[in-house]
Write a protein that binds this ligand. Structure first.
Ligand SMILES: Cc1ncc(COP(=O)(O)O)c(C=O)c1O
Length: 413
């Protein structure tokens, strides 16, 4: 491997077709933001949109805005904007609730349309909330239902005639290991199982084709690579072929066929709206709706090409510049298996990450010892990656991370 230089990184930036997209974000100039896989930054236009929602739609127009500003249509409108990013049709996607709640709804619906099978299959070390929700669901369903887990490397072999539904996160939240959606979906279907994909660490960062893979259900997050804002509504996907049969357990009025008829009996909406529960959070949804415009005209193949370029550069530079400091890469070097973040293991990872954040390179930490760096092609460049590793090298060399203040733990890491 030839030595990576700052000049080489600048050349890559000069040739990058996405380089001007950083202008779509309101990011502090002096910051290298490598945590878009946890909380995307503020896209331009969002602050104005939310101000308008508050000052005109809410303050002046008040209740009329449900109709005049189409507040009621926001979940479908956002779903339609997400659909092309995940290889779905607009009518198969809707935005609502949190990923955890959506996962409960779709997994319950999948169990219902695949009766006489009582196993939900997932992987140990999946994002904890996914496992917790499936533990809650199987307990709630009672009877013979149980959650089984198998390592992602052996997941296909673990799918059996007993499996009702397979619940997997396509890009792992720590390692960024990326599963083969086509092969695993097919393996599930071959055994008569259904599949739910968690796309939290995929959507907006890797090209997705849910319908091309024949996926059944999916859920995903609004506040990571989609930049919808802290606690943004999540989204869910139900394949067209299941829509008519899908019954979800949280039968709130927004999922009703005619919510404003105010009748006593629940009848599900004919469309994907049956997956809704209660009133949408309009301020958050307005922010998310405008945030998604940052993807307007952007080709996901260009995003993927640059994402792989940035993650490879980071992995190479860590090897080149930090070989003295016991960092261990936890992320696949095989580009077919790598999502858009990189995790480095280090025993002092927490303190080192806090020092790095203090030096204006923002990543995050996941217990027990992972330093996680997100690479978002919309606003991060090759020189940024070079500078980030340079700063990390300085922190290691000067041992500034040993300052006790960097070991103090906040409640969010
Ligand atoms: C892979 C994955 N699934 C699910 C969740 C939970 O999302 P929420 O807090 O919106 O329910 C997260 C949150 O970070 C996640 O990373």
């Amino acid at each position: 491997m030839s030595k990576v230089t700052l000049e080489w990184c600048r050349e890559q930036d000069a040739e990058d077709p996405l380089r001007d997209l950083r202008n779509r974000f309101d990011l502090p100039e002096d910051l290298i933001y490598m945590d878009g896989n946890s909380l995307g930054p503020l896209p331009k236009g969002v602050a104005e949109r939310v101000a308008n929602t508050i000052n005109t739609e809410w303050r002046t127009d008040l209740i009329k805005s449900w109709n005049t500003a189409d507040w009621i249509k926001l979940p479908s409108k956002i779903g339609a904007k997400i659909a092309p990013l995940i290889g779905a049709s607009a009518h198969e996607v809707i935005s609502a609730d949190s990923t955890s709640v959506n996962l409960f709804k779709v997994a319950a619906a999948a169990c219902k349309i695949n009766p006489d099978r009582f196993e939900i299959l997932s992987e140990p070390g999946n994002f904890p909330s996914d496992l917790y929700m499936m533990q809650g669901l199987t307990k709630f369903l009672g009877g013979n239902y149980k959650l089984k887990t198998a390592n992602r490397t052996g997941i296909i072999d673990a799918i059996t005639e007993k499996t009702a539904v397979v619940v997997l996160t396509q890009v792992h939240y720590v390692t960024a290991d990326m599963l083969d959606m086509v092969a695993i979906t097919k393996a599930a279907h071959d055994k008569g199982a259904l599949i739910v994909w968690d796309l939290c660490h995929s959507v907006g960062a890797v090209p997705l084709d849910l319908n091309g893979a024949n996926a059944d259900f999916a859920v995903g997050c609004g506040y990571k690579y989609l930049n919808g804002g802290p606690g943004a509504p999540a989204f869910l996907f139900v394949a067209d072929r299941h829509l008519e049969a899908v019954e979800q357990p949280l039968t709130g009025w927004m999922g009703h066929k005619a919510p404003f008829d105010f009748v006593d009996a629940y009848t599900p909406n004919d469309s994907i709206k049956r997956m809704l529960v209660g009133t949408p959070s309009v301020l958050a949804a307005s922010a998310f709706d405008t945030a998604l415009d940052a993807f307007s005209g952007v080709n996901m193949a260009d995003i993927r090409h640059k994402s792989l370029g940035l993650t490879k550069l980071f992995i190479d530079l860590v090897q080149q510049e930090l070989s003295d400091y016991s960092f261990k890469n936890a992320t696949p070097t095989d580009s077919n298996r790598r999502g858009s973040h990189v995790s480095l293991m280090h025993n002092n990872g927490y303190a080192i990450m806090q020092a790095l954040i203090d030096h204006k390179v923002i990543g995050d930490f996941r217990a027990p010892n992972y330093m996680r760096f997100g690479f978002t092609p919309l606003y991060l460049g090759y020189e940024d990656v070079y500078r980030a590793v340079e700063t990390l090298a300085e922190i290691m060399e000067t041992e500034v991370w040993q300052d006790p203040k960097y070991s103090e733990r906040g409640s969010v890491t």
